[in-house]
Design a protein around this ligand. Sequence first.
Ligand SMILES: [Zn+2]
Length: 189
Amino acid sequence: MYNFMVLKKKVEKELRELSNKNIRVIINPHKKRRGVHSLSFLSFRYIEFDGPIDFDNVELKGAIAHELGHIEERHFLIEFLALIIPDLILLAATVMFLLQLSASINPYYVTATLFAFVIVLDLVVYTSLGRLMERRADLFAVKIVGKKSIIKVLKKVRNWKEVKIDLTHENINSRIKRLENLPSFSSKK
Ligand SMILES: [Zn+2]
């Protein structure tokens, strides 16, 4: 069993070097599914490490830099707004339509159609935005720590058994290839 307090200290030290924001570090060593996540909503921010994380220092730096990309660019907030605003517009349009509805149309059909639209729309927004944000977080990370550590951590994550198909994430090999083809524009290596 790895020492999660050591991991927490390392992450906190790295965060102090890479960002001036106050970001909480959460370590859940007992979770079965390994993963790294982050969330940033207004002034509330955290990075979370689940399960037995087996990153070396280089990989850890890459993972933190990627999550910082999500935090600095407020990806969670953008995604939240992108999901909620079209839904509200659709809902308002439907309510207006229902209010003027003639008796010949069943309001249940209108409501069911609205739900179908909302689900499809949200799914499209969620998956396409998710992929775009992963790409942006990778690029952000490359700018602050260089591409080697990001490629290294992606290769480590690729070997985790728990990594499954996820619609919001592009295939990990494509992400690695894209980074490898990127010119090195970082100040650090
Ligand atoms: Zn990410």
